[in-house]
Design a protein around this ligand. Structure first.
Ligand code: HEC
Ligand code: HEC
Ligand code: HEC
Ligand code: HEC
Length: 472
């Protein structure tokens, strides 16, 4: 197969990368009124490949619903992808890696769920990030065997091939009306991100690992894409060494794909964004100069299309169902009861709101009317009451001994109670000390953080739930 490439034209044929940049923001975006995908250069008769990329989910499967402005989620992503797919056949969907957020059973189930979702959406490759690796190679091996998505890593080597189905690269054929285009996809993870001390894998310097692969792939493919699970700087260095790469999708520390685009020679380096809140898309066009005339003079500035997954997109029922099964598994495995706990502040004990009510009745009655009192019921309504990642902020002291465990064993500790703000009250109940329970903005911000309460302002919020004056 002849290579079609704009940099080193082996034959009279080449490729151009056309990237459409739409700076879109929630609410006031330049994209409003347009359907995603409309802005692609449809006028061009040349075969086009759409590369859709995500990654760095970091455990974020869906918005929690804590605040209206939250973006992203696999169910909305699926709807977008179906929508885009309806417009064109020439697709590649790529995943940069880092599906789980933390280490532990919940994230194992999460990773399996996320991969299932990627498979159903039609992803062709999942690169292995350091968080994926941290799940342990047993799980990774297992998932690599059962997943519909090819696991790709060019620089994780020496894996037992009977237990792992991880490829150094894949070649994906894209059939267009005029031709078959071969897309080479490679993947690396930066050794700097790996705590290899306890991981039983060998992670090679990406530059060394890529060399033999690229020289082999170059003639067999029409386009080369590297999934680079590394910081932008490192990815840019790789681009400098290997001009044969057309596109590097990079990771880490950049929120959204359109915030940073670097062109190194003819290689574009773009970040994937974070938590899958935005879906990045690039259109790679090829055009053979068969007619002899130079029809390909598209040197217009590259652009990325970044779509924020907001309320415009419905949740796909197929992926929503997967997430429901995920919640069922959390419940069946009783993960709430297994949450890691530490000693409560000053080794005190949580006692629940009822005791407080006996002496601070007016405050208690008022509290009962606030959203804090029904925060647990909110989770029941959302069908997330067995999800430790939600329960944490919707009850008293989940992460501490004597705090909330399960609704059956600690019913008095559900909701955001007195002690969620004032701290464990066992001592105060005896001493009635006035020194107990000073609360400041920092106590609120444990829960009202940027992610879950982006509009939080202490004064404004406190006014809404301020205690009434106590009768003395
Ligand atoms: C870090 C703490 C935190 C976590 C974790 C958290 N929440 Fe919340 N949640 C909040 C806060 C704070 C609010 C109130 C936000 C506001 O009004 O600004 C809230 C509000 C909500 C609301 C809206 C309640 C209403 O009546 O308006 C829902 C629904 C909700 N959370 C569900 C969830 C689910 C589901 C999860 C897990 C996927 C979750 N939360 C995880 C802190 C959290
Ligand atoms: C047996 C009665 C009693 C119980 C039970 C009790 N308190 Fe108190 N609390 C008091 C008294 C009395 C004071 C001191 C009031 C004063 O001197 O102004 C006080 C003071 C406080 C203060 C400090 C007020 C200030 O002036 O700064 C807070 C906060 C407080 N209580 C919260 C709680 C919470 C939360 C609980 C439940 C965990 C609770 N109390 C349980 C009787 C009680
Ligand atoms: C343990 C976690 C947690 C802490 C600490 C916390 N909140 Fe909340 N807050 C929540 C959750 C969860 C909700 C959403 C409750 C719901 O509607 O289900 C919420 C809702 C609210 C609301 C909306 C309530 C309503 O009735 O509509 C206000 C206002 C608020 N919080 C203010 C505060 C302030 C001020 C502080 C600190 C003094 C604070 N919160 C501390 C978790 C917390
Ligand atoms: C969302 C956090 C939050 C919750 C929940 C909460 N408080 Fe408070 N509480 C505060 C803050 C903030 C203050 C004011 C502190 C200040 O002004 O220094 C306060 C002050 C107090 C005071 C002393 C001042 C006063 O108004 O007399 C008492 C007593 C008290 N709370 C009791 C309770 C009791 C009882 C409950 C449960 C029914 C409760 N609080 C629930 C945040 C909370």
């Amino acid at each position: 197969m002849t290579r079609i490439n704009s940099k080193i034209s082996v034959v009279k044929a080449f490729v151009f990368v056309s990237l459409l940049l739409i700076l879109s923001n929630q609410g006031c975006n330049s994209q409003s009124g347009k359907e995603p995908g409309d802005s692609l250069n449809k006028a061009s008769p040349s075969p086009t490949i759409h590369v859709v990329f995500t990654g760095e989910e970091n455990g974020y499967l869906e918005p929690c619903g804590c605040s209206e402005v939250q973006l992203g989620g696999f169910p909305k992503r699926h709807t977008l992808i179906n929508h885009l797919r309806g417009k064109d056949e020439n697709w590649i969907l790529l995943s940069l890696g880092d599906l789980p957020g933390k280490v532990g059973r919940q994230d194992e189930i999460k990773m399996e769920t996320a991969l299932d979702a990627l498979g159903r959406m039609g992803y062709v490759a999942h690169n292995i990030g350091e968080k994926d690796l941290n799940m342990g190679i047993d799980l990774l091996g297992y998932l690599s065997q059962i997943s519909n998505v090819d696991f790709v890593s060019s620089n994780i080597v020496d894996l037992d091939t009977s237990a792992f189905n991880i490829k150094p690269y894949i070649i994906k054929e894209i059939k267009t009306e005029e031709s078959i285009l071969k897309v080479g996809i490679l993947g690396i993870v930066s050794p700097e991100l790996i705590e290899s001390a306890y991981l039983d894998v060998t992670v090679v310097d990406p530059v060394l690992a890529l060399k033999p692969l690229l020289s082999d792939l170059y003639d067999k493919t029409d386009i080369l894409i590297l999934l680079s699970h590394a910081e932008m700087e490192e990815s840019i260095k790789i681009a400098e060494v290997y001009p044969e790469l057309d596109l590097i999708i990079s990771g880490h520390l950049v929120d959204r794909p359109d915030l940073y685009l670097k062109k190194v020679d003819n290689t574009y380096v773009i970040p994937v964004g974070e938590k899958g809140k935005y879906v990045g898309k690039i259109t790679l066009s090829t055009r053979r100069k068969e007619s002899g005339e130079d029809e390909h003079v598209n040197s217009s500035s590259p652009a990325i299309e970044t779509t924020p997954l907001d309320g415009k997109f419905e949740d796909s029922s197929e992926i929503t169902m997967l997430l429901e099964i995920y919640q069922e598994r959390l419940k069946d495995e009783e993960l709430l009861a297994q949450v890691f706990k530490s000693d409560p502040p000053s080794n005190l004990t949580y006692i629940g709101n009822d005791d407080c009510a006996a002496c601070h009745n007016k405050i208690f009655k008022h509290w009962e009317e606030t959203g804090h009192a029904s925060a647990y019921e909110t989770l029941v309504k959302a069908e997330h009451e067995y999800d430790p990642e939600c329960v944490e902020c919707h009850v008293i002291g989940l992460n501490y001994f004597t705090g909330f465990e399960t609704i059956e064993s600690t019913p008095a500790l559900k909701g955001v109670g007195c002690e969620s703000c004032h701290g464990p009250g066992s001592d105060h109940k005896e001493t009635l000390s006035k020194d107990y329970g000073k609360v400041g903005i920092e106590n609120c911000e444990i829960c009202h953080n940027d992610e879950h309460s982006p509009h939080f302002e202490f004064e404004e919020y406190w006014q809404k739930i301020k205690h009434p004056a106590e009768e003395k």
